[in-house]
Design a protein around this ligand. Structure first.
Ligand code: BEZ
Length: 238
C-alpha cells in the first residue's frame, strides 16, 4: 500500500466546524478544550517554537493586549511543539529581559499548551509540512461561545501576525452576530455595515424604493450606519 508508512493525515478543521476537542497541560494548569471556554470567545493560536525572536514579539504583543481581548469576551490560548519547562523558562525570560516597542516587564497570564507529541497541533492542521515538519505555523483559530470555528488565519514562520487585524476580527464577528449584518472591506466600528442581499424581487424593489432603513446603490448593495458606540456598547464588557 502506497501510504503504509506515512502517518495518518487528519482533515484540517474548517470554518463552521466544531473546534476539535483535547485535554492538555499548559503553563496555567490542565485545560479541557473547548469545553472550559464555553460561553466565551477564544483565540487558539500556535507559534513555531519557544525562544525564537518573532514569537517573542508576538507573545509580548498578545500579553499586552490580553485585557483588551478580555473586555471583548475573548480568551487567549497559545501552543507550540515545546515542553512545559521550556515554556516556563521562555515566559520568565520575556518578563525579565525583553522589551519590544516600549512593552517590557510583560507577564504572560494566558495558558501556553505543551504539545511535544504534536497531538493538538496535528488535530488543528498547525503542522504544514511544506513549511516545517516539526514546528507549527502561526495559526489563529477564532472560536465562538458555542465552540464553533468562525475564522482561521495562517501565517508562515517568517511573518509576525498583525494584532490590530486579530482584534478587528473578534469585534467584527461579534458585530455580525449581534446585529445580523456583514462587514465590508477594512471595516472598523463606526463604518457603514452591509445588509445581506435581497432574497426576493419584492424586497429588492422595496429597498430600491427607499422603504427600508438603509442606503442602496443597487438592489444587491445596501449599507446602513451603526455608530461606533452602539457597536462597542453591545460587545464590550462594561
Ligand atoms: C521566530 O519566531 O523568530 C522564528 C521561528 C521559526 C522560524 C523563523 C523565525
Amino acid at each position: 500500500m502506497e501510504n503504509q508508512n506515512q502517518e495518518a493525515i487528519l482533515p484540517m478543521p474548517r470554518i463552521g466546524d466544531p473546534a476539535p476537542q483535547f485535554k492538555a497541560v499548559t503553563t496555567q494548569g490542565e485545560i479541557n478544550f473547548p469545553s472550559d471556554y464555553s460561553g466565551d470567545w477564544v483565540i487558539l493560536f500556535s507559534h513555531p517554537a519557544d525562544f525564537t525572536p518573532v514569537c517573542t514579539t508576538e507573545f509580548i504583543t498578545f500579553a499586552s493586549m490580553e485585557k483588551q481581548f478580555e473586555e471583548a469576551n475573548c480568551k487567549l490560548v497559545g501552543l507550540s511543539i515545546d515542553g512545559l519547562y521550556s515554556h516556563i523558562a521562555w515566559l520568565r525570560t520575556i518578563r525579565e529581559k525583553i522589551e519590544y516597542k516600549g512593552m517590557k516587564d510583560v507577564e504572560v497570564n494566558f495558558p501556553l499548551i505543551e504539545d511535544i507529541t504534536m497531538e493538538v497541533a496535528k488535530k488543528y492542521g498547525m503542522i504544514q509540512p511544506g513549511e516545517d515538519t516539526t514546528k507549527a505555523v502561526r495559526a489563529v483559530f477564532f472560536i465562538d461561545p458555542k465552540g464553533i470555528i468562525r475564522t482561521i488565519i495562517y501565517y508562515p514562520l517568517s511573518l509576525g501576525r498583525n494584532f490590530d487585524e486579530i482584534y478587528r476580527v473578534v469585534i467584527a464577528l461579534q458585530a455580525a452576530d449581534e446585529f445580523g449584518i456583514a462587514t465590508p472591506a477594512d471595516w472598523r466600528p463606526g463604518d457603514d455595515v452591509i445588509i445581506g442581499p435581497a432574497g426576493s424581487c419584492g424586497t429588492a424593489k422595496n429597498r430600491m424604493d427607499g422603504n427600508e432603513d438603509m442606503k442602496c446603490q443597487d438592489w444587491f448593495f445596501c449599507q446602513k450606519k451603526i455608530d461606533k458606540d452602539t457597536i462597542l456598547n453591545a460587545i464590550l464588557k462594561k
